[in-house]
Design a protein around this ligand. Structure first.
Ligand code: HEC
Ligand code: HEC
Length: 259
């Protein structure tokens, strides 16, 4: 910790030196008078434009290049911020106009008052470029050509590694549970088992997650595995009558199948 300021000092000296010699575009500064504002007030001061644009980047979890004509990693001075070449910029204008309509409608609700909730980009986007739910992301991964439950598991792990704790997606146990049951309904028990197994990995203390895995395994024909997880579910929640009933059925089926 104590060495860090010295290192930072060296780094900033090096950077300052590099800036003198490198042939770089003029450094970026927020324009006092923007040239091409059609949704925001045309005379928006530089300070407010800066607040809106940095607000966009954090609301969507993106960088300037997501909407503007410029290469990621290039200095901002090399960007053409006036240009409309990036179609996402036009989408963002539609969003701005939509948000204006929404907030105008919200203000007509009676009785009004100081406690009115103001909608902003973040309300929908929650730090994500496309404001999808986790279940939608997982269904998308599953629907991709040639993809199976492995793609669902991979997408979940990816999203969780990036977004857990940020409020972008709800990683509660009910989501994987619901996606797994959808697979069961589509008569894909082997895929459902993979999803339920992931839920048990994430929520090993959840009686419900073990109960669902038990159901998936039974549907996939793995009765020994089903018994194991119904038993675990019952240990975690002795009030789980469904698990008790399923265990009875599975054990009597096992007995009558025995030679
Ligand atoms: C979500 C999309 C989005 C992101 C991300 C974004 N912008 Fe913008 N930006 C816009 C839109 C849309 C406009 C035009 C608004 C209008 O027409 O009223 C704009 C306008 C501008 C302008 C005014 C250009 C002019 O003179 O007309 C500047 C400068 C600018 N953005 C800089 C930035 C910077 C720097 C970043 C990154 C920190 C950034 N923007 C991130 C969408 C975005
Ligand atoms: C009411 C909810 C809502 C609000 C508020 C909202 N958006 Fe969106 N936004 C969406 C939806 C839904 C989509 C996906 C549209 C689609 O299906 O392609 C989207 C897509 C976008 C995209 C395209 C993303 C991509 O990569 O395809 C941009 C850019 C964007 N929004 C910017 C904004 C900005 C900037 C704001 C605030 C001014 C904003 N949005 C506010 C719902 C919202």
């Amino acid at each position: 910790m104590s060495r860090r300021p010295a290192r930072l000092f060296v780094l900033s000296t090096l950077l300052a030196g590099a800036a003198v010699f490198a042939e770089e575009p003029a450094p970026f500064s927020w324009p006092e008078r923007a040239e091409n504002l059609t949704s925001l007030p045309a005379d928006l001061p530089a300070e407010n434009l800066r607040a809106v644009m940095t607000g966009f980047t954090s609301a969507l979890g993106v960088r300037c290049s997501h909407c503007h004509d410029g290469e990621e990693g290039a200095p901002l001075g090399a960007y053409d911020f006036v240009s409309d070449a990036n179609p996402k910029k036009q989408t963002a204008r539609v969003m701005l106009d939509m948000l204006g309509d929404i907030n105008k409608k919200l203000r007509t609700i009676e009785p009004g008052g100081p406690a009115r909730v103001n909608m902003w980009c973040h309300t929908c986007h929650r730090g994500h470029a496309r404001p999808t739910t986790l279940a939608e992301e997982l269904r998308d991964a599953y629907a991709a050509e040639g993809a199976g439950a492995g793609a669902v598991v991979a997408r979940y792990r990816d999203l969780r590694a990036t977004y857990h704790g940020r409020g972008t997606f709800d990683f509660g146990e009910h989501v994987l549970n619901q996606v797994g049951y959808q697979m069961l309904a589509e008569e894909k028990p082997v895929d459902a088992v993979q999803v339920f197994e992931l839920n048990v990995e994430m929520y090993p203390q959840s009686a419900n997650a073990h109960d669902s895995l038990g159901e998936g395994l039974a549907a996939a024909g793995n009765h020994a595995g089903a018994i194991e997880h119904y038993e675990l579910s019952l240990q975690l929640d002795p009030g789980n009558d469904n698990a008790r009933e399923m265990l009875k059925q599975l054990r009597s089926a096992a007995k009558s199948a025995a030679p």
